[in-house]
Design a protein around this ligand. Structure first.
Ligand code: SAH
Length: 352
């Protein structure tokens, strides 16, 4: 699909035409990754963060927030819960927390690999090459790092670097691939200043990175962040150019991601479910997605991992999330995946 066609779809408001897009993405999903929806248990292991991203509620500068880092034994309890729930993967996500040291994480990954058969996904932000290599050697399988937007000027505005270190997530993703990780990335939809052209470029970047996993969700303003309190009118792209941060736009990006990366794993995300708690997950799954990430984080920490406000599933326990996801998957005629749900892309790359 050419860029202009991507832009046309992003701007399309005709429901009959959009039905065609939904049918196309659902058929491609069925043909390339099948009927199964894989479950990844999401464990938010720390909300401590060294960065000051202008969009994110757990940014270092937000001093309204209680901070936590889960101890190893508590993480292991949740990991074993993931096994009991038949999840194939545990995803460990955190702020950019350098209190999570190379050694500590290495020990934890080894322990998970020794005690379970789970695939291990890391989402710990921009870490040093030595950290990333060590964690791969310890047994980590996948790394998630959204590039957030392919518009470099917009990225620089909302994602300030650490002093003296350039932030280049695209380069880091290529490096992660080189180290041997399955790589996942994605963007926020409707960031103030994001144009149709930017978003189309993002989707083309999914293709050029040959991503194993693509996670997208709407940008949701958080009052504890600069982007949430600045005069948004001043930041918006010129009249007619600004992408809205809506539920419908999120479905379009999920569908187009499926079209350009037919074999990728694509989650129906929590940010989407936050905009439509009733049926957002299901609609994402019906329009191209094949993954959900039920939350495994102990309830006492969930309310502190507020990257954006009113996040879905904040009052639930891990068991609630397990049951809820299963019900939603079965209700639309899909089945719960068994096994790790590895990237079909990766298999293809190995064969080549
Ligand atoms: N520290 C890790 C994990 C960040 S949280 C990292 O930087 O990679 C995971 C994702 O949440 C981010 O990559 C971002 O795309 C998303 N996110 C952060 N703030 C958000 C907001 N206000 N609205 C929607 N999504 C947001």
């Amino acid at each position: 699909m050419e860029k202009q066609e991507i832009i046309n779809w992003l701007k399309c408001e005709d429901e009959a035409e959009l039905d065609e897009l939904w049918r196309m993405s659902d058929t491609i999903r069925q043909n390339h990754v099948g009927n199964a929806v894989h479950l990844r248990g999401l464990l938010e292991i720390s909300n401590i963060c060294a960065r000051n991203c202008h969009y994110c509620g757990i940014r270092a500068g937000n001093d309204e927030l209680g901070r936590y880092r889960m101890p190893e034994d508590e993480i292991m309890e949740c990991v074993h819960e993931a096994v009991d729930y038949n999840y194939g993967t545990v995803v460990m996500q955190a702020g950019e927390d350098f209190g999570i040291t190379r050694e500590w994480m290495t020990t934890l990954i080894r322990r998970i690999k020794k005690e379970t058969k789970l695939a291990v996904t890391l989402s710990l932000g921009e870490r040093s090459d030595d950290d990333l290599v060590a964690w791969k050697e310890a047994g980590a399988d996948r790394y998630l790092l959204r590039f957030e937007t392919s518009n470099r000027a917009l990225y620089n505005r909302i994602h300030p670097p650490l002093p003296g270190i350039e932030s280049d997530r695209l380069a880091l993703l290529r490096r992660l691939r080189g180290i041997g990780y399955e790589i996942g990335s994605g963007v926020m939809i409707g960031i103030p200043g994001q144009t149709w052209e930017d978003l189309a470029n993002d989707i083309e970047t999914f293709r050029s990175l040959d991503l194993d996993m693509i996670g997208v969700g709407p940008y949701i303003a958080h009052r504890g962040t600069p982007l949430g309190i600045d005069d948004v009118a001043l930041l918006m792209a010129p009249e007619g150019e600004q992408v809205p941060n809506t539920e419908e736009m999120t479905y379009k990006v999920i569908a187009l991601a499926r079209v350009v990366c037919p074999s990728a794993n694509i989650p129906s995300t929590t940010a989407l479910a936050t905009l439509n708690t009733a049926t957002g997950r299901e609609l994402g799954l019906s329009r191209g997605a094949n993954i959900v990430m039920p939350n495994l984080t102990p309830k006492k920490y969930r309310a502190m991992y507020v990257i954006y406000p009113a996040k879905a599933c904040i009052d639930e326990t891990a068991a609630d999330c397990r049951a809820c996801m299963q019900r939603r998957i079965l209700s639309i005629g899909r089945e719960v995946g068994t096994g790790r749900g590895d990237s079909p892309n990766r298999g293809k790359r190995k064969a080549a």
